[in-house]
Design a protein around this ligand. Sequence first.
Ligand code: GLY
Length: 405
Amino acid sequence: MKVLLVGSGGREHAIGWKLASSPRVRELVSLPGNPGLAGLGPVIEGIDPTDAGAVAAMAAAQGFDLVVVGPEAPLAAGVTDAISRYGIPVFGPTRAAAKLESSKSHAKDVMLRARVPTGWAVTVTDLDEARRHVESSDGPFVVKADGLAAGKGVLVTDSRADAVAWAERWLPSGPVVIEEYLEGPEVSVFAVCTDAGARPLEPARDHKRLGDGDTGPNTGGMGAYSPVSDLPEGLVDDVMRRVIEPTLALMAEDGTPFRGFLYAGLILTADGPKVLEFNVRLGDPETQTVLPRLANDLVDVLEGAEPEWSDVATVTVVLAARGYPESPETGAEIRGLDAVGDDALVFHAGTRREGGKVVVAGGRVLAVVGSGASIAGARERAYAAADRISWPGKVFRTDIGLRAD
Ligand code: GLY
């Protein structure tokens, strides 16, 4: 098979790494890829991954047998729809199905109609309305941009003034959703949705705050671990039955059937699990954490095979650039990548090749994954490898997976 992988982050490097290990994959090509993916096969430059028509025409011209789309932006731009018109199998939802992530208010509407457990939410379109809702409710306040915001559109705050200011910041780009603050540990559950049905992947727990002890601003995710041992008995089956399956059934009924990775971000409240958000892709860095535990062929799984799991535990530590998430410092040379050897996996995200060097090119730079018989062993390997990699301004959390022991 000749496979095209669309995307350039750490999640895509992990997907590409797993696809490239399949005996069924003859060639893996990435668009636009990154220096890590470039080690697995050709990368295509000069085509914007969100230009659906251009991506589809290229995929048809180059004779791909399968296209896998990693991030939400190309999915929301209709890349799946455009490629499907050429009759090429593509893994990822259509533009209409991807609205589950590209509009938070639409997602809440789907959850409500599918009777999926979630918190209350109101959608506002002007500042007075936002102010009225904030003033008439008790904090903490959760205020979200309705559309895609690359992980930067959510504020959780105790301050009414900050909640209103957040609404004011995002209202020029579309509606804003004000929703119930839910309390409890978070966990991400992923389902692979194919014509053969929906199958869960192993859950992972992300660490979203920038600093140790869950302090500092929200980020895309600073680390993750899997398995997650403190989950209520039967949680994954329960989520499949009460969240994933009703959502898929409703979307099929609405004429927007969902095929692809469906990610339910959950909060385990005192009243049971509730959905915080849906994403129409895998999580980052959860993918880097979960795929090394997948024992069978990812291509088979994307075609509907039951995922099989190894017993190893994994811990992923994200190495970020100083200033992330607001204004990461880029350009520094990354040293020590060759010193990691086979002790850990290193997935590239915000990196760029400049001559013979690899330099920092984004906020989340690398994801270092350690594995072991226990979370403690995996964590030790991940941090030992992370210590060998350096650049001026490298930042990371030192407590990934610590509470899991
Ligand atoms: N790690 C959270 C996300 O991928 O959205």
